[in-house]
Design a protein around this ligand. Structure first.
Ligand SMILES: [Zn+2]
Length: 466
């Protein structure tokens, strides 16, 4: 268990600067113990491994994990829908479970996860490592604007800040106007923990009510839940409007595995060393890809010391690019950037599109648009029609300027992303949410934006004729 001295670069120097060979050996020992535990307590995992023709003694280290089948969140969601409390991966009896959270439903059914005392401790340890990497220190006063209602960003991440030793104010979501007053009343420097889009939404609100954001004294922003900070221009916008330094955090609610970027901003340092094993796979075939500098693929995670609800080879569905060259901070593990949800990638006329590339293109048109957006795909693949793009117009753009603005949007999308779009213009502040903002709706799978959101459309371009 780490415990960084306030002046130290690392929360846990031994693990964060360990040689790759030593780490592989440590993780392989822990993996053997974890797999034996899971096989003993989860008939479901035991049977799946047997069905795949694998004996546990063949999995003789983290490099051999690929012998085991992948786990999908929906495997667990299905069992819960059929009436199980936690599902087929529950390995500790319920009396040892001290906390229950639900993981987000932005893609698919939310699932309940139980945590024992030691599981909570491990979550805190990983979180503290990542937060320390991002510059959080025990002297920080952190206002948590994540949802405390069941989700990991609330109580679980709250615990990670406490584990590090920071003072945390459990604000939660909603009451944004009162939040601005609360921040104004705190006579000290503040750190904010929120989604990037919520920081933007608060900025819109502050502009509406005439509050000068930099005067609130928020000097560090820890952002998670969305990959917005990696969007060129978005980070700068948040930093400029608040007068803070923004730090990016990556988390997977099911694993509590959190990774943060250091002061050199060379990508997210994987924070799970020794607690969670990471693999890179081809999202289509599931085949493992070598974790070499510049490799792309989807991250897959295996908890190495989980008691209540272990997860072996859980697909994250996060598409990343990996870096293994040395970071000046001295941490030895791999780093990565999230390119988008591998499920969110869609193909229009043969072209791979991540919703985030649309946001990057829209930033060119600020302040005529806010760059808050979502995409609706009306038809199943292959998409030969243009997707529907809903986006916020900037403050004060007059209605008669909408057609010209639409032309400019189409031009920048064609030039930077290579796609056309049917456009739906929305009022500023209508899309960015205090929860995770959903960027892609596959309407053909019955996933539609909320009607209240669709009611706010100001202007539409016609859908292109087939
Ligand atoms: Zn670094």
């Amino acid at each position: 268990v780490g415990a960084g001295a306030t002046t130290s670069t690392y929360w846990d120097a031994a693990i964060e600067t360990m040689s790759p060979a030593d780490l592989r050996s440590l993780e392989s020992t822990r993996l053997a113990r974890q797999l034996a535990y899971v096989a003993e307590h989860s008939p479901w995992y035991r049977e799946r491994w047997a069905a795949a023709g694998v004996r546990l003694d063949q999995v003789d280290g983290v490099d051999a994990l690929a012998l085991l089948p992948l786990t999908e969140k929906r495997d667990i969601a299905r069992a819960q829908l059929e009436g199980e409390l936690f599902g087929p991966n529950q390995c500790a009896p319920t009396e040892r479970i001290v906390r229950v959270v639900a993981t987000g439903g932005t893609s698919g059914q939310p699932i309940r996860l139980g945590w024992t005392r030691d599981d909570v401790l491990a979550y805190g340890e990983m979180g503290a490592r990542a937060l320390w990497t991002m510059g959080c220190r025990p002297t920080d006063l952190v206002v948590n604007c994540f949802n405390y209602s069941l989700y990991a960003g609330g109580v679980m991440d709250h615990g990670a800040f406490e584990h590090l030793g920071a003072a945390i104010l459990p604000y939660g979501v909603g009451q944004s106007r009162r939040l601005l007053d609360t921040l104004a009343q705190i006579p000290a420097e503040i750190s904010l923990y929120a989604t990037p889009s919520y920081a933007i939404r608060l900025a819109e609100l502050a502009a509406d009510v005439g509050i000068d954001l930099p005067s609130l004294g928020v000097r560090k922003g820890f952002f998670s839940g969305e990959a917005g900070l990696q969007v060129e221009g978005y980070r700068r916008r948040i930093e400029d409007v608040w007068g803070l330094t923004a730090h990016d955090l990556y988390g997977v609610a099911e694993l509590g595995c959190q990774s943060g970027e250091c002061e050199y901003r060379t990508g997210m340092h994987f924070g799970g060393a020794g607690l969670v094993a990471a693999e890179l796979i081809d999202p289509d075939s599931g085949a493992v890809r070598p974790m070499v500098d510049g490799a792309e693929g989807e991250l897959v995670f295996t908890a190495l010391q989980r008691e209540a609800c272990p997860l072996v080879r859980l697909r994250s569905h996060d598409a990343v690019v990996v870096y293994t060259d040395r970071c000046p901070c001295g941490r030895t593990g791999f780093r990565f950037h999230v390119r988008g949800r591998s499920d969110d990638m869609f193909v229009v006329k043969g072209l791979n599109v991540f919703p985030r590339s649309i946001q990057e293109a829209l930033l060119e048109l600020r302040p005529d648009v806010t760059a808050e957006y979502f995409v609706v795909l009306p038809d199943p693949p292959p998409f030969d029609d243009d997707p529907e793009l809903y986006l916020e117009v900037g403050r004060g753009v007059p209605v008669d300027a909408y057609p010209r603005l639409a032309d400019a949007i189409r031009e920048v999308l064609a030039r930077r992303v290579g796609v056309g779009a049917t456009l739906r213009l929305m009022p500023p502040g209508s899309i960015a949410s205090e929860h995770k903002t959903i960027r892609l709706y596959r309407a053909y799978e019955g996933r539609q934006p909320p009607p209240a959101l669709l009611d706010r459309v100001l202007w539409s371009s016609r859908r292109a004729a087939p």
